[in-house]
Write a protein that binds this ligand. Structure first.
Ligand code: KG4
Ligand code: ZN
Length: 342
């Protein structure tokens, strides 16, 4: 009986403010996962400054890759392919990781596999639960995207719904700024909400049309801003933790209700979550509670695999690699890359 050869992928990620590299075996086993975050730098400006992000990626990309290899106890000869995010994201930031990946692929004569960043987030689900496989319904909630997907098979996605305005993470970041919490807002609202009353303020739950799987968060964001302004005008006390908890509750109720409804309607038994917002404590708890009530099994990556990382890119690249996907050195960064572009 012939044993299948293990496939080792070097994953590279630089689409926003994290420079990351990882070595992943067979799409599911993480041998190393190095993340150099620029958050401390960008928070001085209240958000990600694209020009600064690109420059920092250039400073960090070489040592991040070297560390990923040495942490994994591997060298370039052991790597079967280079997987790299080529979109969506900030174009100048994407180009740094992509140029590096192309240079490595050319110099080492190894295959290059371009990865969609959103697909990377979804594939984080294959990492810790090695038995997890399609079909399932996935809620992808990050700083730039909010999608509800039916994952038919590896790399086969049907978009059931998406945000019509702000992404969930964007709403967190904007509300956090309005209540003076700084960037990035998600983790700060998450922490503040723990000691707040989620029923204190009745912010709107935006469900849109009865059968819609789309999301809309800009009305909720405006409702929070109006609430703050009104309180200030009337010189009344604003209980920040209650605002954070009530806002968060309004976001989470809609995300969870639509996800569970989608899973039931599509006839699947599994739900997965992905993206930076899926590291949110209250969202994880409420999704777990509602999935249990509906007899659905739930998979959520550890928080470190929910926010941007390269292990997820290594995993996604593996599933593309075994399907035969190979990219040329003419692969370009695509800041608006869609999930169904391949
Ligand atoms: O997936 P990600 O790291 O980057 C993108 O691809 O956008 O997501 C970043 C987003 C930010 O908006 C951040 O505020 C949000 O995820 N986020 C959170 C939490 N941690 C990160 N939102 C809510 N609760 C959290 N604990
Ligand atoms: Zn991301």
């Amino acid at each position: 009986m012939s044993e299948e050869k293990d496939i080792f992928i070097l994953g590279i990620e630089s689409s926003c403010d994290e420079t990351a590299a990882a070595v992943v075996k067979n799409g599911r086993y993480v041998l190393s996962n190095v993340i150099s975050s620029q958050i401390d730098l960008h928070k001085l400006y209240g958000g990600v400054v694209p020009e600064i992000a690109s420059r920092k990626h250039i400073e960090n990309i070489d040592w991040v890759i070297e560390k990923a290899l040495s942490d994994a106890g591997k060298n370039f000869d052991d790597i079967d392919a280079i997987g790299v995010t080529y979109g969506p994201g900030l174009v100048g930031a994407l180009l740094v990781g992509l140029a590096e990946a192309k240079a490595l692929a050319y110099a080492l004569n190894k295959p290059l596999v371009g990865v969609n960043h959103i697909e990377g987030h979804i594939c984080a689900n294959y990492i810790e639960n090695v038995d997890f496989k399609p079909p399932y319904v996935a809620l992808v909630v990050s700083g730039g995207h909010s999608h509800l997907l039916y994952v038919h098979n590896y790399g086969e996605y049907e978009i059931l719904g998406r945000t019509r305005d702000d992404a969930a993470g964007e709403a967190y970041d904007k509300v956090a700024r309005a209540i003076g919490m700084g960037y990035p807002g998600g983790p700060k609202i998450d922490a503040a909400a723990k000691s707040g009353n989620a029923d204190a303020i009745a912010f709107p739950r935006v469900y849109l049309e009865e059968d819609s799987y789309d999301f809309s968060f800009s009305g909720l964001k405006s409702a929070v801003l109006n609430y703050i302004n009104k309180k200030k005008m009337m010189n009344e006390e604003i209980v920040i933790n209650d605002v954070a908890a009530s806002f968060q509750r309004a976001v989470i109720e809609v995300l969870v209700t639509k996800t569970v409804r989608a899973a039931k309607n599509m006839g699947v038994t599994q739900v997965a979550m992905a993206g930076g917002v899926s590291s949110n404590t209250a969202l994880r708890e409420y999704m777990k509670e509602m999935c249990e009530k509906s007899g659905l099994s739930l998979n959520i990556p550890s928080p470190i695999l929910c926010t941007d990382n390269a292990a997820m890119i290594g995993s996604a690249a593996y599933f593309e690699y075994i399907k035969g996907t190979r990219d040329g050195l003419d692969l370009n960064a695509n800041p608006n890359l869609k999930l169904d572009n391949r």
